[in-house]
Design a protein around this ligand. Structure first.
Ligand code: F0G
Length: 451
């Protein structure tokens, strides 16, 4: 069976190539920009390959009770909208996707928004949203006969890649910035058997080194410049629309690092609209850490015409990126959907993370930028009370427990970073207390707290 109906289109000059013709660094040979996967058969209303909206809704719902392995994946359940393989039997899956959409009652109330939800992509097999993209691109790697795959990473991509490579029986090479990734992520890459190179460079330096490596050795690059990653990462858009009974939220708020995920989700909603499954697009906003905000600067300086790389600094190490590869794609989705791009401080990130924690939802610091950003958008009136807003939480809290412990111990932030926020931080901190091993000592800790 040949399910493969795609081609690659350059985002910059529009040049089209077959999937197998892309260069090892996934840059257009004519203009150097990145590719997007497109499905030419969907274009015409009566086109032969155009999926039928009503039939798809029914089929995807049916698959939720199917016993077939591929249907257990929240990515491949939607396989009609990602026909990127010659044969779906080549799919490499860890049963990713199908992540929860949580209502946030306390935060909703505090912000005066009725319908506030978190789509928790940290609830994926390796604990981050990268799994949805990795299942797609790793399947392509396997189908095309690669034996080695590689990525540069701030940690989550490498964890996901190493796991999916192990499942596929492929070898993997990880290039990471020495000392600047969370322990949980490094542990995963090791455990899943990757060759892990820690280099004295930041993420952007890791990308530069790896781009040369894949030009010289037969290794398949799995960074998000690989357009197949985005085909998997668009599927949470399908899950969200399905959960809202084929309506779209008013506003989706996404963290921004290398800037692929915002456009992947946007592509998902666009395709749903193109195929008549939903009527409109949500507004898509991107939030960066203030110390790693090249896109915010670019949009402020020249409406996203050019991007000046920055030296990135943030404790949200997942998004410590100064020269994001997919910035043009992010600019387009923000502008096309009327979204905003803003940045938030280290203290705002830490507070938002603790507030999500207090809702029973742990997440990575990089994910918490979404709530920190929403608070700003609500405060300046950009978001109104009647809107349905979804925060994309990208990573699991256990990825970076050191950050969380430092926050609760009061050692995370410097005094100059918390000016004016001390009271708020104190109310959220829950440090562990050392008490004697007696019931009386434990009860003394509860004094005045238990009714
Ligand atoms: N949130 C988390 C938890 C991430 O790991 C990343 C990116 C992002 C947000 C940003 O997503 O790059 O699509 O804008 N992490 C990459 C990595 C770069 O190597 O794991 P983006």
């Amino acid at each position: 069976m040949n399910d493969n109906l795609h081609q690659l289109r350059c985002f910059g000059c529009g040049a089209r190539v077959a999937g197998t013709e892309a260069k090892p660094d996934f840059r257009c040979a004519l203009c150097g920009d990145l590719f997007e996967v497109e499905y030419p058969g969907w274009g015409l209303r009566g086109g032969n390959d155009r999926p039928n909206a009503g039939a798809l809704k029914w089929l995807w719902r049916e698959r939720r009770s199917s016993s077939e392995a591929l249907d257990h994946s929240g990515v491949w359940r939607f396989r009609e909208l990602l026909p990127i393989l010659d044969n779906f039997e080549n799919a490499v899956t860890l049963f990713e996707g199908n992540t929860p959409l949580y209502h946030l009652p306390r935060t909703s109330k505090a912000l005066g928004i009725d319908q506030l939800f978190a789509k928790h992509q940290g609830m994926n097999p390796t604990g981050s949203f990268k799994d949805t993209g990795m299942t797609a691109a790793m399947s392509v790697a396997r189908e095309r006969g690669f034996t080695w795959v590689a990525c540069a990473s701030t940690g989550n991509t490498s964890a996901a890649m190493a796991a999916y490579a192990a499942r596929a029986g492929l070898r993997s090479l990880v290039v990471i910035p020495d000392g600047k990734i969370a322990w949980g992520k490094l542990a995963q890459a090791m455990d899943y058997g990757a060759v892990t190179c820690q280099i004295k460079a930041d993420f952007d330096g890791c990308v530069r080194v790896l781009t040369q490596v894949v030009k010289e050795a037969h290794i398949y690059l799995l960074n998000s410049v690989n357009p197949y990653r985005l085909e998997g990462q668009k599927t949470p858009a399908f899950e969200i629309a399905e959960a809202l009974d084929w309506n779209v939220p008013d506003h989706l708020i996404v963290p921004g690092g290398n800037l692929a995920n915002s456009s992947a989700l946007g592509k998902g909603f666009r395709e749903l609209r193109e195929l008549g499954l939903v009527a409109r697009l949500p507004r898509i906003s991107v939030v960066q850490a203030a110390g790693a905000n090249p896109l915010v600067r670019s949009l402020t300086a020249n409406r996203g015409a050019t991007l000046e790389p920055v030296e990135a600094h943030t404790r949200a190490t997942a998004i410590r990126i100064g020269n994001p590869a997919s910035w043009r794609k992010a600019v387009r989705i923000i502008q096309d959907t009327g979204g905003w791009c803003l940045d938030v401080t280290e203290a705002e990130i830490a507070i938002a993370k603790a507030e999500l924690g207090a809702e029973g939802l742990g997440c990575e610091p990089a994910s918490a930028v979404t709530l920190a950003g929403l608070k700003k958008l609500r405060a300046d009136g950009s978001v109104s009370p009647g809107e349905t807003v979804i925060l994309i939480l990208t990573g699991h809290t256990l990825k970076d427990s050191e950050y969380t412990i430092d926050f609760h111990r009061g050692t995370l932030l410097k005094d100059e970073e918390t000016v004016g926020l001390e009271g708020k931080i104190e109310r959220l901190r829950r440090n562990a207390v050392a008490v004697e091993a007696t019931p009386a000592a434990v009860l003394a800790e509860l004094k005045g707290k238990v009714g």
